[in-house]
Design a protein around this ligand. Structure first.
Ligand SMILES: [Zn+2]
Length: 235
């Protein structure tokens, strides 16, 4: 009776050892597993996304220096902001000022590094491909209505993700032709613009921790709330 059990234990130990050796090999021979698929290499915003991307974004959320290096690979213009001590739930840590790159912004915004990085990933891997797919065109600019405001979630006594620059509110997307897709106007329809916006909302959920839009409640009828903190939600 003992022998088969010992055999199974040995087989289990052998498999674990093999997996361990495989992981070590992966870690120390990054050239074998290309960067986009290797969770132990750094995130480059331009890389094709894979199962490893979420792991890298989690790392960026926990490691400020890693986040800054990853953000520097995007074509956004980034400048560092001094920390603002958190007082009464409002402040700024690991903050940057984000200006547009290939896709312009209606205005620069203040964000934590993880929020800026999620935005860079969304712009590159969701918004631009969706515009090409639905309109055969590039996006000229993304319109937002702010990110860093010391306030509560509307109708509650709970601080908003905006209080710590962990959320960005986006309202519209303008194509190079000048055509504008506006969440308030175009979301309720059943046309190409509406489908484009739904693809953006769904795609955003891969890169932001929280995404709220018109389907969530009437307070979000005119914008997407993209958050890098708080509870994980996609509606
Ligand atoms: Zn918001």
């Amino acid at each position: 009776m003992q022998r088969p059990r010992t055999g199974r234990l040995l087989a289990g130990a052998f498999i674990i050892a093999l997996l361990g050796a495989g992981l070590l090999g992966w870690r120390y021979h990054a050239e074998i597993v290309p960067r986009p698929y290797n969770p132990f290499t750094e995130l480059d915003v331009a890389d094709e996304t894979s199962f490893a991307t979420r792991f890298k974004l989690m790392r960026a959320g926990a490691d400020a220096a890693y986040c800054r290096r990853a953000l520097a690979t995007s074509d956004l213009e980034i400048s560092t902001l001094p920390d603002m001590p958190t007082v009464d739930g409002c402040g700024l840590e690991n903050g940057v000022r984000v200006s547009g790159g290939a896709v312009a912004l209606s205005g620069a915004f203040t964000a934590t590094c993880p929020l800026a990085l999620s935005y860079a990933m969304f712009e590159r891997h969701v918004a631009r491909p969706a515009a090409r797919m639905y309109f055969g065109a590039e996006i000229r600019s993304i319109t937002h209505v702010g990110s860093h405001v010391c306030r509560n979630v509307a109708g509650t006594d709970r601080r908003s993700d905006h209080a710590t620059a962990n959320a960005l509110d986006v309202t519209a997307f303008t194509l190079v032709s000048g055509a504008r897709v506006d969440i308030l106007r175009d979301w309720p329809d059943d046309d190409r613009e509406a489908r484009f916006l739904r693809q953006l909302r769904d795609g955003a959920c891969r890169y932001f921790r929280g995404v709220l839009g018109p389907d969530y409640n009437s307070a979000h009828a005119d914008h997407f709330h993209f958050a890098a903190a708080g509870f994980s939600v996609c509606r």
